[in-house]
Design a protein around this ligand. Structure first.
Ligand code: F6R
Length: 611
């Protein structure tokens, strides 16, 4: 949610910042801007994409060695040139970019308005900037101190970067609740919301913590807390290759990431699951094996697609481990008065590891004595760091805004956790455990077979592209997959879609069915199979168009459905991880057929760091 990037060092800053903004564009694409110091601060910003900014600066002075850049996902104030970042202070001598929300900006604005300040934008950012400048004017022009004093008054989340005209070789940065990584080069530093803009210059990075201020010069990085005490920067080596953040010949990141799944699922299982020897080794679970096994209850929190992974996990954990599971939206949990008892286990699922609601929900449960296990994709992210233990999904950077490979990675990780605990607790037999381990190990090759259906799924998409609504139905383990299929379709193609448990259809949604309504059934072999066939018949009887995801040896469904997508059979517990893949492809192709920007759907951002 908003991408920020900064550079200070011997290079021309503009190309570094623009490239960085392109890499961060998945975080927000309402507007983009850059401020560069060259004697004075030259500032350029434009509504639209980074490409619009690049066009706008043609012929303008973009020389300079210190710069900050921003790509925006609008919170306060519509997407427009004047609300775009960076903002300039009243004197014009300080420029700032911001990712987050300043919740008390109205009272700060009133304070400043009473002192005669006026504002050019509708943003909370411009208020914070002038609040900082007001302190700066009164403290003899010490920006670092002004930032520190101002932040003590701020309520909300922020990652801010500031440059000032009189100190052309310094960037001041601070964070609370929004991510900041600093790359350490030779006499140069790179600042960004995530490592993707940094990776091609250096692998040495420092993840800045909440309530820290960084004073960044070409040859020096100083970290302080808000009490002005120096902190020791903890340097980490990035485990990321440039290739992982490029399209590598695919038309879109989303397609690349769908096709990466055989490998990313394999990477998640690698070194952890050994089906032949029949073991699952997850260091994050090993340490807490007794606590998890004896937990009176597991609470799963997440948002969006990650929440759907949590729902699948609920079915699997209750079935195999016999531990009661509740799945909650993090945004609801954080504002309720939930009952959390000491010893309860919380599993927090997040691709980015930065989702604001999930972070606050974790903190709340932690205070009440829960043990937190993070299922996170981004290494070193906030959720990974605040959890007691965890399992990384190892899906690699997910750039497409719609989550695909991160979801199947989450499912693979959650399945391993469930099977490990179930075997340890002896709530499943050894035979069943070995069978599930084996079935899970076969997922990468079966995923490969599903991807071979890409062309036939594209043809189905052609037939569906003009629909206005769609229904996704599944039962049991596949009910969450129906929800996920519907979410993918609506975010990528803007077709209104709903996911339902197939049996619930008769309690309302069936009223929508007519010859124009596509109904996607997840109808692979499981205990519900015959019931789902009855549901398909009910839709056909009302002239709905049926698209069914089925297994190879199903001879009944093809006679009923208008279109079938045939995929390899798997144990019903494992099947959701495979069944979602054709739905991802279907959404992708429908989105493309409708001319949508599938990598950057309107109004969305990859990492939701505001509540
Ligand atoms: C949908 C999607 C979102 C995210 C949600 C949570 O395709 O990507 O629904 O799943 O915003 O994000 P993370 O997993 O980063 O916490």
């Amino acid at each position: 949610m908003c991408g920020i990037v900064g550079y200070v060092g011997p290079r021309q800053a503009y190309p570094v910042i623009i490239k960085g903004l392109q890499r961060l564009e998945y975080r927000g694409y309402d507007s983009a801007g850059i401020a560069i110091i060259n004697g004075k601060i030259n500032l350029y910003k434009k509504q639209g994409k980074v490409a619009d900014l690049e066009e706008f600066v043609i012929g303008k002075n973009v020389q300079g060695h210190t710069a900050i850049g921003h790509t925006r996902w609008a919170t306060h104030g519509e997407p427009s040139d004047r609300n775009a970042h960076p903002h300039l202070s009243r004197s014009g001598e300080i420029a700032m970019i911001h990712n987050g929300i300043i919740e008390n900006y109205i009272s700060l604005k009133e304070e400043l308005t009473n002192k005669g300040y006026t504002f050019k934008s509708d943003t909370d950012t411009e208020v914070l900037l002038n609040f900082i400048e007001d302190i700066y004017i009164n403290n003899g022009g010490n920006l670092e101190e002004a930032v520190r004093i101002a932040l003590k008054r701020v309520v909300g989340a922020y990652c801010i970067l500031l440059i000032e005209q009189k100190n052309p070789e310094t960037i001041i940065a601070a964070r609370k609740g929004s991510p900041l990584v600093i790359g350490i080069g030779k006499n140069e530093h790179f600042l960004a919301s995530d490592a993707s803009p940094i990776i091609e210059y250096t692998k040495e990075v420092v993840y800045v913590n909440d309530y820290e201020i960084a004073i960044v010069r070409p040859d020096e990085l100083t970290l302080k807390n808000l009490g002005n005490e120096k902190q020791t920067p903890f340097i980490t080596e990035l485990d990321l290759e440039l290739d992982a953040i490029e399209k590598s010949g695919y038309d879109h990141f989303m397609l690349k990431e769908i096709f990466e799944q055989p490998k990313t699922i394999f990477d998640c299982l690698r070194g952890r699951l050994n089906a032949e020897k029949g073991y699952i080794n997850l260091s994050g679970v090993e340490k807490y094996l007794d606590e998890i096994s004896n937990a009176p209850r597991i609470i799963i929190i997440a948002c969006g697609t990650s929440w759907h992974a949590g729902l699948v996990a609920e079915y699997i954990i209750e079935e195999t481990c016999r531990i009661p599971v509740e799945v909650e939206y993090a945004s609801e949990f954080r504002y309720r008065n939930p009952i959390v008892n000491k010893g309860d286990m919380m599993i927090a699922i997040s691709q980015s590891g930065e989702t604001a609601d999930t972070i606050v929900a974790i903190e709340k449960a932690k205070e009440q004595g829960a043990i937190i296990m993070g299922i996170v994709n981004v290494v070193g992210s906030s959720i990974a760091r605040i959890s007691h233990t965890g399992v990384y999904t190892h899906a690699g950077p997910e750039i497409g805004v719609a989550s695909t490979k991160a979801f199947t990675g989450q499912l693979a990780a959650l399945m391993m956790i469930a099977f490990k605990i179930a075997f340890y607790k002896q709530t499943i037999s050894e035979e069943r455990y070995l069978h599930l381990c084996n079935e899970l190990s076969l997922v990468p090759e079966k995923a490969e077979i599903i991807l071979q259906q890409n062309d036939s799924i594209r043809l189905i998409a052609e037939a569906l592209k003009d629909s206005s609504n769609a229904l996704f139905l599944g039962r049991g383990y596949n009910f969450p997959i129906a929800l996920e299929g519907a979410l993918k379709l609506k975010e990528i193609s803007y077709i209104h879609a709903e996911g339902y448990p197939a049996a619930e259809m008769k309690h309302g949604p069936i009223a929508l069915v007519d010859e124009n309504l596509p109904v996607v059934f997840i109808a692979t072999k499981d205990v519900y199979h015959e019931k789902i066939i009855s549901n398909i018949q009910e839709i056909k009887a009302r002239k709905g168009k049926v698209i069914a995801v089925i297994n190879e040896n199903d001879t009944v469904t093809p006679k009923l459905a208008d279109h079938v997508i045939v995929i390899p059979e798997a144990d019903e517990i494992i099947a959701p991880i495979l069944n979602v893949i054709p739905l991802q492809l279907l959404s992708y192709h429908i989105g493309i057929a409708r001319g949508c920007n599938v990598d950057m759907p309107r109004n969305l951002a990859k990492s939701v760091t505001v509540e």
